[in-house]
Design a protein around this ligand. Sequence first.
Ligand code: AMP
Length: 285
Amino acid sequence: MQVIKKIEELRQVIGSAKREGLVVGLVPTMGALHDGHIALINQSRGNGDFTVVSIFVNPTQFGPSEDFDRYPRQLESDLEKCRAAGVDVVFAPDVSEMYPEGFGTYVDVQGITEIFEGAFRQGHFRGVATVVIKLFAAVEPRRAYFGMKDYQQLKVIEKMVRDLNVRVDIVPVPTVREPDGLAMSSRNVYLSEEERRAAASLYRALITAKKAVDEEGIADAETIRRMVESVLLAEPLVQIDYAAVVDKETLQIVESVKNGAVVLLAVRIGSTRLIDNMLIGVSDK
Ligand code: AMP
């Protein structure tokens, strides 16, 4: 496994892999790797890709009062996990390599970035889209892997790729969860023991929605939203940023889940912000 910090060197290594006829897969991450990230890597490896994992805590996607400084950074143990997972190249640039002096071009995906996470985290998706297009330009992957855990992010990247005619297949990967259902996240380490217990309510709320549709045949989206909200409100440590039942593609609020929908959740528990989601009313997940 090669560990590379410079874009120029990355280009050379990827260039020779491509000349050997290998297909390049990219897994963009911010590090502090867990089994969710490993699922993306496994999917890439399973597709036979020459697998490139980027590890970069991207400053432009954090707001001024967010957790950029305290975000967990653990490159050595991340590299071990990547080695064990059979990664070919880790790209771990410094901030100055990605954003050199004089940098001034950003990607603004419209519409879908203005709601939910975009409304609560001003500028977040602009930072995400910008770093992802830069990673695509540096790696030129055939496939790129994104977790469904960050559902809105996945939709933003799909739209960017469509709108800008980027030649890459976006591969969505299902959310990996802890035994009690909490979606794995690098931010879970911020939770105290008591907060960690409270965090399981997100999954309970999502499962309540899924069962309401699958087992009780409820199709009214507002009824389902209220059920989700009441599970969350029963947990005193949880403060809801949003709980919504939306269209799978446009993320607009729906009235009925008959054709499938997604429940989007964002909550704060103490000083930690957690997001999760679940597809409902569809057979494939
Ligand atoms: P992050 O390092 O948090 O920016 O995440 C990097 C990638 O891993 C993103 O595409 C995330 O959606 C994905 N990811 C994070 N957590 C999970 C999880 N629990 N299950 C599946 N994918 C995940």
